[in-house]
Structures are given as C-alpha cells and as structure tokens.
Design a protein around this ligand. Structure first.
Ligand code: 5AD
Length: 350
C-alpha cells in the first residue's frame, strides 16, 4: 500500500486496478502515511494557509429530482425560499467585513433565477467587490448561459459530477439527468475559462470501489481547479432516507488521494464532513484539504437549505463563528487568510 502511495505522489496517476487495490487495502497505517504525504505536498504549495469561501445559499427551489437530495422538487415538505438581490448583497457586505474574498452563490436549479437575473446579480456583486472572486453553483446550464455569466464576471463554477460511473449515475438521478450531459457542462465551463470544481459524495447508495476508481480517473482526466468531496448523509424525505451515511475515514482517505493526484487543487473540508463529526473539518484539513466554506446565508433560511439531515449550522453569530474557525485552524497549525485563494503554481513558493 505504501508503495502505491509513493507511486501516486510521484506519477500523480494510478490505473483503475491500482486505485481499487488502494481503496480495498486501506488501513490505519496506510491512511496515516497518506495524510503525512498529502500535508507535505500541500504545504509545499500553500504553506499553512487555509482559504475561506462565504457560502450564500440563495434559493432552495429546484426543478431537479435527484434521489439523494433534500431539496429535490418532489419533496413537498421542503419549505421553499429564495433570497432577494438585496438580501444577497447584504450577505456579501457582512462577509466582506469578516474577511471573505470569495463568495459562492449556491442554489437549486431555480427557474426564477433566469440567465438574465443571474447576470444582473453577478454584475452587481463584481461591481461592488471587484477584489473578490465569485463562484457560481447552480447546476447544469447551456453553454450560452455559462458564457453570459463568465462575461459578467463570474470566476469559478462548482458542479459535482456526483459519480463517474454511468450505471451508478442512473441509480442516483432521474432519467433525464445523464452523466454525459454533466461531463459536457464541466468541459464547457473549463473551455470558457472558469476555474472548475467537480466532486462526489462518499458512501452514496450503490457506490463501490469500482465507481470510486472511476471518480478518481475522471478527476484526473478533467484536471479541475477544485474538488468537492463529502460524505453522503441521508435525508428523511428522500427515497434514500434509510440508507447509511458515508464513512468518515473513507472520506478523509479520498481527500488525501486527491491532494496527491492534484497537488495544487483547492480542496474544501466540506460542511457535510463537519456534520458527521464535531472535528470533521479539522480532520479534513489534516488529510489534505485547504479550504473551508462557512455559511453566510441569513440565519432564518439556513435550516431550509437542507440537502441532508442535521446539517451543520452554527447558530452562533457570524463574527463569532469566524474567530472560532480561525482558532480551530490555529489549534491544528493552520492559518485562515484574507485572500481570494486562487490556484497557485506548484513551484511558486518553493
Ligand atoms: N448528503 C450529502 N451531500 C449531498 N448533496 C446533495 N444531497 C446530499 C446528501 N444527502 C451534495 C451533492 C451536491 C452538493 C451541492 O451537495 O453532491 O452536488
């Protein structure tokens, strides 16, 4: 196992069979070695810096019906909301004062937010905060729409591929959503010049070492700037209500693997990771992650953006939460910085 980790660090790629061997042979000792190498690689490029992104969950209306997701359209129990432009801008204002230099607009695929409405919003945010990066995460759109938003000033786009195995994809999504359409969106976004993030849940129903190996091969092929990986957590009002939640150690292991495969990747210790363990985010950083994405949405809508149950939401005031996060990172030897946190070149800081 150790030899495979060394090979991964050196060649930044493994074959499908090698990925499967590593995932099947994973044990405590291998994980400890992986995390040590992942931290060394990340330190070489990013030092002890942790980047923060202010997450604004601006709408939980969604026209899609993904089987795992709490805001799927057929969940009639979900209390729907959307933030107004003013509310969104006020989240940015609050975030900027707290040192956020990236805002992430995340939402369901909400027809109310037409390409033009989004364009206006992007122009406003980038107009007021030209020194900030703007990340969008609003699902599959046409090339034209992605271009419109890029030209309006959007910098990054998060669109998890969810699983790179066709058959597995069809077990997680309704028929009209396809892996090929999802991949096409990711390639289009890349071509348009976005910094792109793909990713997947760990422990989603029907996942196997084979499908995970496919995920790793796809990530290698896409060479994204960002990768979002978090445990699957069941939501009571979805078809997957009774499925078990994803494993913490496997999630950490995958974070480490992705760090070795893509040394300069921006890798968040996700909210879902913080939800399944009180120190989940610290553990994520220690496994190779270098990004945290705290929630900037107004208190009163937070519990409504429930993709899964018991989602981490620190009821505490934001300023307090912000210094708490800084403290948590300091305790493990890292430092939250005020910066856009763009991808850096590998030899920049050597
Ligand atoms: N558990 C964990 N993550 C989830 N997501 C959606 N539903 C769940 C769930 N039940 C993730 C998906 C999506 C991202 C925004 O949230 O991977 O891309």
């Amino acid at each position: 196992m150790i030899a495979l980790i060394d090979k991964l660090e050196k060649s930044r790629a493994l074959s499908k069979e090698e990925w499967i061997t590593l995932l099947r042979g994973r044990d405590e000792q291998t994980a400890a070695y992986l995390f040590e190498r992942a931290q060394a690689v990340r330190k070489r490029i990013y030092g002890d810096r942790v980047f923060i992104r202010g997450l604004i969950e601006f709408t939980n209306y969604c026209k899609n019906d993904c089987f795992y997701c709490g805001i799927r359209c057929s969940n009639k129990k979900a209390a729907r909301y959307r933030l107004s432009e003013e509310q969104i801008l006020s989240c940015c204002r609050k975030g900027y004062a707290l040192g956020y230099r990236t805002f992430v607009l995340q939402g369901g695929e909400d027809p109310y937010y037409t390409p033009q409405r989004m364009e206006e919003l992007i122009l406003k945010i980038k107009g007021e905060y030209p020194d900030c990066a703007l990340t969008l995460s609003v699902g599959e759109q046409s090339e034209e729409t992605y271009r419109l938003w890029k030209e309006a000033g959007a910098d990054r786009y998060l669109l998890r591929h969810e699983t790179a195995d066709e058959e597995h994809y069809s077990l997680l999504h309704p028929k009209k959503l396809t892996l090929s359409a999802r991949k096409q969106c990711l390639y289009t976004l890349k071509e348009l010049g976005y910094q792109v993030g793909c990713g997947f849940m760990v422990g989603s129903p029907y996942q196997s070492e084979e499908t995970l190996a496919e995920d790793l091969l796809f990530i290698h092929e896409l060479q994204p700037e960002m990768v979002g990986i978090g445990p699957f957590i069941p939501h009571r009002d979805t078809p997957f209500a009774k499925e078990p939640q994803g494993d913490l150690e496997l999630t950490l292991f995958l974070l480490g693997l992705v760090r070795l495969m893509l040394p300069a990747v921006l890798l968040p210790a996700t909210t879902a990771l913080g939800t399944i363990h009180p120190e989940g985010r610290e553990k994520g950083i220690l496994a190779g992650a270098n990004v945290c994405m705290p929630n900037l949405s107004p208190e009163e809508v937070r519990e409504k953006y429930a993709l899964y149950n018991n989602k981490l939401s620190t009821g505490s005031e934001d300023a307090l939460h912000r210094s708490e996060l800084a403290k948590r990172m300091e305790r493990i030897g890292y430092r939250v910085v005020v910066a856009r946190g763009d991808p850096e070149k590998e030899n920049q800081n050597v």
